[in-house]
Write a protein that binds this ligand. Structure first.
Ligand code: GLP
Length: 260
């Protein structure tokens, strides 16, 4: 794992945007995996700015989102369809037919999940998968105890995650219990996993992800098995890491060609 600690979330977000932008410049047909939540918002604003001001071209890019609630209309303000349109896609020149988000309204959920996996495969696989992390260590909506080999499927949210997301729904009782999420096995097939975590409330999950054992009890720890996972943190999220000094030293010693 490559651990990058930046003083602030803004600096971390801008660094992540450089990684994504470089991928798109080098590979115009890049396939990007997107996450929702508050963490990637500044990264998305920066991608929108790079498109607007620097002509970063998303005309051939394909997008796959990690997850979606089951049963929410796509224009519900808390749906991930709505989030992605408002926070990113309407600010880019990405083509609507290149955008993929799990269909939480599908009549046949298992069939929709299989189709989603097929679509990722037909697109050539995901080049960069952007990830956040839940306070309980989930990625996507792969809650603790998710199989480390899981594929896109239905999951039931934990009470902790429903509490974390309650504000979007005006109360925990309104948070849908079920979601569709890419599996951990699906995520691991991405060529690069780019996980962002900011703020003190992520510090414990981050330290277990990076320095704890690989375990389904902390799903993000599966990224230790990925050959190219880049973990971008601010100082607060990095506060519980035992080897923080080593990670910072490693970064300061990077040869020029390896810098982002
Ligand atoms: C959500 C999403 C995840 C996200 C996580 C953290 O439930 N399914 O993709 O990474 O929770 O959210 P936030 O970035 O708001 O802390």
């Amino acid at each position: 794992m490559e651990i990058i600690i930046r003083p602030t979330s803004l600096e971390g977000s801008l660094l992540a945007a450089r990684i994504v932008a470089r991928t798109v410049r080098e590979k115009p047909h890049a396939v990007l995996g997107f996450a929702t939540g508050s963490t990637p918002l500044v990264l998305y604003q920066e991608l929108a700015r790079l498109h607007r001001e620097k002509g970063l071209d998303f005309g051939s890019v394909a997008a796959f989102n990690l997850d979606e609630y089951i049963g929410l209309p796509v224009d519900h303000p808390a749906s991930f369809h709505h989030y992605m349109r408002r926070n990113l896609f309407e600010h880019l020149n990405i083509r609507p037919e290149h955008v993929h988000i799990p269909d939480g309204l599908a009549a046949d959920i298992p069939a929709a999940c299989r189709k989603y996996e097929d679509e990722i495969r037909s697109a050539g696989g995901i080049d960069v998968q952007i990830l956040g992390i839940g306070t309980n260590g989930h990625i996507g909506f792969n809650e603790p105890s998710s199989s480390l080999a899981s594929r896109t499927r239905i999951k039931t949210l934990t009470r902790q995650t429903r509490l974390d997301n309650a504000a979007d729904f005006g109360g925990v009782e309104n948070v849908p219990p079920h979601v569709i999420t890419m599996g951990l096995g699906t995520i691991l097939e991405s060529r690069m996993c780019l996980l962002l975590a900011f703020g003190a409330k992520k510090a414990e999950a981050v330290s277990r992800m990076v320095e704890g054992p690989v375990t389904a009890s902390l799903p993000a720890s599966v990224l230790q098995l990925h050959p190219r996972s880049v973990i971008v943190l601010d100082r607060e999220a990095a506060a519980d890491l035992e080897r923080a000094e080593y990670y910072e030293w490693t970064n300061s010693q990077k040869p020029e060609w390896q810098k982002y």
